[in-house]
Write a protein that binds this ligand. Sequence first.
Ligand SMILES: [Zn+2]
Length: 68
Amino acid sequence: MSPEAGVEDPCIVPGCGAPAVRHLALAEARRAFSDLPEKGRRAPLCRDHYRAWKKATRTERALERLGR
Ligand SMILES: [Zn+2]
C-alpha cells in the first residue's frame, strides 16, 4: 500500500474496478487498452492490468527499438 495515497483509484479498464497499483498516462495505457474511457489524463491500472499492459507494449517497444 502506498503511504501517501489517501484514496485508491479504481482501475480504469471498463468492467474491472480493482484498486490501482500504477498510474500511467492515458495515452500510454491506450496502447494496450484501446477502449479506455476518455477521462482525465491519467490511467490507474490494477496489478493484473498493469501486467497485461506491460506484456502488450513489450512487443511494440521492441519493434520500435528495431526500427531505429
Ligand atoms: Zn484492472
